[in-house]
Write a protein that binds this ligand. Structure first.
Ligand code: RUB
Length: 409
């Protein structure tokens, strides 16, 4: 049998899924690379009598490049299930057993590029960034939002009041936090109805706003819950993609009865994205969420906010907004430790096609939620106009108070 090493052969993105793995090993790196290609396609730890040349040639993964610690492996399209849009099987191929291989000290999937045949199996976002902007009548400025805080504890009326105050202060978006779904202190039906009334009230005052209700639940119930939430007046829903699975996003996006955008939270991603030498980078996850139909996705704050991350997250921006895939653009959401003083820095990195949202950075404002919403909104207006925040704050009291309380970057 031939080797899995095909170094120097050009990648063929029409016939193969091309993956980049960062590998840490005591083995010669070629051996480690071969072990990955073998384990993830036709091989195992020893030679086997059932593997013939045809199977090996047709389905064997190929290591086509090794540069430093980065190994590029391509997987033939036929390694993937013919079932349309089968993310679990795709993940088992590109991000499965290899993480447990004893011969590797660490391995991290950094990127994946799918062939057209696979991309075309997916539908992408129903609304996407442009659809959301249209619904909000906000064509150019960054969307600006909040996460209702405290994360848990407010009842339906207090949540709706928070949303109303946020909209009255100028925010375009608000959302449930990732741990709030249907607790006793805030039943989802009562919350959705109360929030819908608040948003209707804002609309009657000429203000458009969206609030994402978190429908994260068991797989066999999520579409049903989203339908209910929609019938209670929700105009946007939220799903925690890692805890619910990509299939949940896909089921919601592809179900014809769901007619509202899907905000995708990535809670738990840090378990496998945080270690720079082991796990899965955010980029493959971003690509998969867009394929599955997320309309907006958290991508971090590009190294500026509270969650760890770096400017490498720029690649996530491109994966949300790039036109190299046959889908609508997905709204990148910058969130986690955001406050008015860092909005300018986020916009400098992310550009204008972004949703910037703050929880504590709104609810912690000295003037309360409306004041915090105004300060965030003013910070976005300043960045949009290219006016330094300190300058803008001279005649915008709420922004001035926020800069005084939290400083800036
Ligand atoms: C933000 C918060 C969110 C983060 C997660 O609250 O609780 O769950 O957005 O961020 P606050 P990400 O604004 O008070 O920090 O998924 O982007 O890492």
């Amino acid at each position: 049998m031939d080797s899995y090493l095909h170094l120097g052969e050009p990648a063929d993105p029409d016939k193969y899924a091309v993956c980049k793995y960062r590998v840490t090993t005591d083995l010669p790196i070629e051996k480690a690379a071969e072990a990955i290609a073998a384990e993830q396609s036709t091989g195992t730890w020893t030679g086997i009598s059932t593997l013939n040349t045809q199977i090996f040639n047709d389905l064997g993964a190929r290591v086509i490049d090794i540069t430093g610690d980065m190994v590029t492996v391509e997987f033939p399209t036929d390694d993937f299930s013919i079932e349309v849009g089968a993310v679990p099987q795709i993940l088992s191929v590109i991000a499965g057993n290899l993480f447990g291989l004893g011969s590797l000290k660490g391995v991290r999937l950094e990127d994946v590029t799918f062939p057209k045949d696979i991309l075309n199996q997916f539908k992408g976002p129903k609304f996407g960034a442009d659809g959301m902007r249209k619904m909000l009548n906000r064509p150019e400025k960054p969307l600006v939002g909040t996460i209702v805080k405290p994360k848990i504890g407010l009842g339906p009326k207090a949540t709706a009041d928070y949303v109303y105050e946020s909209g009255a202060g100028g925010l375009t978006n608000s959302k449930d936090d990732e741990t709030l779904v249907d607790q006793r202190f805030c039943p989802i039906e009562d919350r959705t109805v109360a929030v819908a009334e608040a948003i209707d009230r804002l609309e009657s005052e000429g203000i458009r706003m969206m609030h994402a209700i978190n429908v994260s639940t068991r797989g066999d119930k999520i579409v049903e819950l989203a339908e209910k939430v929609q019938s209670w007046g929700a105009r946007e829903i939220m799903v925690d993609v890692i805890t619910c699975g990509f299939g949940a996003v896909q089921a919601l996006a592809e179900d014809p009865s769901i007619k509202v955008p899907i905000h995708v939270h990535r809670t738990m991603h840090g378990a496998f994205t945080k270690d720079p030498l082991h796990g899965v980078a955010m980029l493959p996850l971003t690509k998969l969420v867009r394929m599955c139909g997320g309309d907006a996705l958290h991508i971090g704050t590009l190294g500026v906010g509270k969650m760890s991350g770096s400017s490498k997250e720029d690649s996530n921006l491109a994966a949300c907004l790039g036109d190299d895939v046959p889908y609508k653009r997905m709204m990148p959401v910058c969130s986690g430790g955001v406050y008015p003083g860092i909005v300018e820095a986020i916009v400098a990195k992310a550009g204008m096609n972004v949703q910037i949202q703050a929880g504590g950075g709104v609810a912690g404002h000295p003037d309360g939620v409306r004041g915090g919403a105004k300060a965030m909104s003013q910070a976005v207006d300043a960045a949009f106009a290219g006016i330094p925040k300190e300058e803008y704050a001279k005649d915008h009291r709420e922004l001035a108070l926020a800069l005084e309380k939290w400083g800036s970057k």
